[in-house]
Design a protein around this ligand. Structure first.
Ligand code: BG6
Length: 513
């Protein structure tokens, strides 16, 4: 493979991406995310030689288990979920540095024991360790963990030095504006904002980062990236899975909180933001906040609302009949929880005024696919009038976030032959074809970035509050309505009629991704 087309991980990383000696402490060590994502990500970083020579992993949880049992849990997780076959040598080195501390999340002495264990490791190696506290627990224990990290002095270790303590926190960052503000206050009472890394795992996806590269490393896009050339933008994050075993969580959440407020809003912000002055965390996040602030309040009722919500009914997925949401285990038969949501957003700034941004996400949809489709305006005039004008497609640039990662552009081409007839054709760039398919998982990038203190791919407190500010009135409106106005769609379809109506009002329709 030519040198310039090789994957950067084959070159190792640039010097500034080295991390200081680090201990990662995972709260929620026996949780699903830890097994599926965090431990495999740490293992793969070790595999690639990207962990500092002095690296430790400490699981923290209520259950009292010895180090050896946690090591066994970690080994099983790596075997089952690592993207690569585990190497016994790499694992043996990491296992020797994998420890466990037990204690209640609200018991201060447990944090003192944790602190003593970290201090013991520092003494052993004769070096200071950066502590990275990874909160991957249910939100009910966020506050006690944060408060105890403060009270025990752990949050303030080596403050304002490069290896100061850091806190990674998983969603949900609140369930509405007020609770998001309260959580941000908890965090910033104990940590400086520069120590806080709020995870949205979509930002760790290769294709989401590629969106920034495509936009800002190619001169052809900027001149046309505005209301003069773009007709509208469609962002789809479709899942084929249903609620599975997570009804307990999902019943309290629903699609707007689970996917729209965070993942799809982030995709919108990256698509629509102004070019940042640099790729540093503050510059990029300043631009994201600016564009989120320019989104207009939504029309919630009346004849042509900007929002649609629905629940999946029974249907067919992958050739098999599946039950509707109300028949799922642990779902209330009277549940008004939406499993699908769609929004029509207007961004009131110089670049985007008059360009609708449509967002949709749902479970039990036809396929698992996430994409951002930028639909350009049609050509003026009718040079090819003798051909069927409706055959001329609008140019569409689609960023395929997953699966089948890539970028495609729809153009009109002449069909070979003795007369001029046109046909839309698709130019495709596929990641797997160009770069191979074994790319790092989102969590590998995010854990590494947090270790080196780069917050570019994490959510700042004001970003999450702005996004909640937009979503909270919708949630309140839906809560007041209960099941009134809640649409349904057959499992395996692309969503409800009300989502079609959002676009039809502007003469648009959802493209099939
Ligand atoms: C999570 C949601 O944030 O994202 C889940 O809580 C959803 O409900 C998941 O399934 C989707 O992530 P991905 O990476 O599989 O698209």
């Amino acid at each position: 493979m030519a040198e310039e087309t090789r994957h950067p991980f084959l070159h190792g990383l640039s010097k500034h991406r080295g991390s200081p000696p680090t201990v990662i402490i995972i709260f929620g060590a026996s949780g699903d995310l830890t097994a599926r994502k965090l431990i495999p990500a740490i293992y793969n970083l070790a595999h690639d030689g990207l962990l500092p020579a002095d690296f430790y992993l400490i699981g923290f949880g209520r259950k009292a288990i010895p180090d050896a049992e946690f090591q066994k849990m970690a080994a099983d997780a790596i075997k089952e979920f690592s993207r690569r076959e585990p190497s016994p040598d790499v694992w043996a080195r990491l296992a020797a540095r994998t420890l466990y501390v037990s204690g209640g999340y609200d018991e201060k002495p447990a944090y003192d024991r944790l602190g003593a264990r970290i201090a013991g490791l520092e003494k052993e190696i004769g070096q200071e360790l950066q502590s990275l506290f990874y909160i991957s627990t249910p939100p009910t224990v966020f506050a006690p963990i944060i408060q105890n990290l403060g009270a025990s002095g752990l949050a303030a270790r080596y403050l304002r030095q490069r290896h100061q303590s850091k806190c990674i926190i998983e969603k949900p960052f609140g369930r509405d504006l007020a609770s998001a503000q309260a959580l941000n206050l908890e965090l910033t009472t104990v940590f400086d904002e520069s120590q806080v890394f709020r995870i949205d795992h979509y930002l760790g996806k290769e294709t989401v980062q590629d969106l920034l590269v495509q936009r800002f490393a190619n001169a052809i896009f900027e001149p046309i990236w505005n209301r003069n050339f773009i007709d509208h933008v469609q962002i789809t994050v479709a899942e084929q899975v249903g609620v599975e075993a997570r009804a307990g969580y999902y019943e309290q959440s629903g699609c707007l909180r689970d996917m729209i407020q965070n993942h799809t809003m982030q995709l919108l912000a990256l698509t629509a933001m102004e070019p940042p002055v640099s790729m540093d965390a503050e510059s990029v996040r300043d631009e994201k906040v600016k564009v989120l602030k320019a989104i207009q309040p939504l029309r919630l009722d009346g004849a042509n609302p900007d929002v649609a919500r629905a629940q999946y009914g029974a249907g067919v997925i992958g050739g098999k009949p599946v039950p509707g949401y109300l028949q799922e285990k642990d779902v209330s038969p009277a549940s008004a929880t939406e499993t699908f949501a769609a929004l029509r957003l207007s961004i009131n700034n110089w670049r985007w005024q008059g360009v609708p941004f449509y967002l949709r996400s749902g479970k039990h949809l036809a396929r698992r696919v996430s994409e951002i489709a930028v639909r350009f305006k049609r050509t003026p005039g009718s040079l090819f009038a003798e051909t069927d004008r409706s055959m001329l497609a609008a140019n569409t640039l689609a960023f395929q976030i997953q699966p089948d990662e890539g970028l495609s552009l729809i153009l009109n081409a002449k069909i070979p032959g003795l007369e001029t007839r046109t046909q839309p054709v698709k130019m495709n760039f596929k990641y797997a074809t160009t770069f191979g398919s074994n790319t790092p998982e989102a969590y590998e990038r995010l854990v590494l970035d947090a270790m080196i203190g780069d917050g570019t791919l994490f959510i700042r407190g004001d970003e999450t509050e702005r996004s909640w500010q937009l979503c909270t009135p919708i949630l309140e409106h839906w809560a007041a309505q209960g099941r009134t106005g809640l649409d349904t769609y057959a499992s395996g379809a692309w969503g409800p009629p009300s989502a079609e109506a959002l676009l039809a009002a502007n003469g648009h329709s959802w493209r099939e991704p």
